[in-house]
Design a protein around this ligand. Sequence first.
Ligand code: NAP
Length: 252
Amino acid sequence: MSLEGQSILVTGASRGIGRAIAQSLAESGALIGVHYCHQLEAARETLNSLPNHQPHFLLQGDLSEPDTCQRLIEHTLEQAGRINALVNNAGIYRPVSFHEPDADRWRSEWQHLFQTNFFSAVDLSYWACQAMRSRSGGGKILHIASRAGFRGEAGYSHYAASKAALINFTRSMAVELAQDNIQTFCIAPGWVETDMAEEGLRAYGERIRTEVPLGRVASPNDVANVARFLLSPESDYLSGVTIDVNGGSYFH
Ligand SMILES: NC(=O)c1ccc[n+]([C@@H]2O[C@H](COP(=O)([O-])OP(=O)(O)OC[C@H]3O[C@@H](n4cnc5c(N)ncnc54)[C@H](OP(=O)(O)O)[C@@H]3O)[C@@H](O)[C@H]2O)c1
């Protein structure tokens, strides 16, 4: 699955799933923009782990701030001259409860999480599409959603809703952007062994594993392997689809 000649921006590539995706795409020959927010050292580790036959580069940006997105795409174009694919992977996962007594906090949690997990993907997609149309004759956009986007999640209703929005957005994009030779995809992982899942797996790991027919939690590479397929020429007749990477734990 060669990705030679492809310039790909991966958000949230300092750690976890984003790092594994960056590594997998780079091993297939792509030039990677390694985006991070707070963890420069971790992002450098990702960068240094990539095969060095391409001038991979770092990009910093806080996706909870709306102005970040245009700048990240411009930075990618300055560094690589084009963008052939975008992976909207960065995200946050933190609880908010209907029992929250402070209504302002409830609302600001929803707004912050939606900005970070959904609106940033919307705006990055917008700016990437302009560049794909004018410089590359098309491209591919992949969103990392979640199993929660299908089944919901008590205590994390804003997170689940942001992922459902990404799944649906993928479909509208596929139809609207086909004329521009832009394909869109989504991956919906169940639990994956990363920093984000650490607390949940520590508290409920045994129960979680028994709920997965394949008997284990996903590794970041399980997700990265599917991402590499979706961004490769092998997926050229797919668009608008969401692929579950959940060990058979949920069907819809
Ligand atoms: N782990 C799971 O069980 C699981 C399951 C389903 C879906 N997912 C989804 O998979 C994606 C990656 O998750 P992960 O488990 O790899 O998470 P992670 O280990 O917590 O890493 C999160 C990544 O997102 C970046 N990030 C966090 N806040 C940001 C912000 N405000 N602006 C820009 N970047 C920000 C982080 O950058 P810094 O390191 O620089 O802060 C980091 O690179 C997320 O969208 C998540 O919702 C994860």
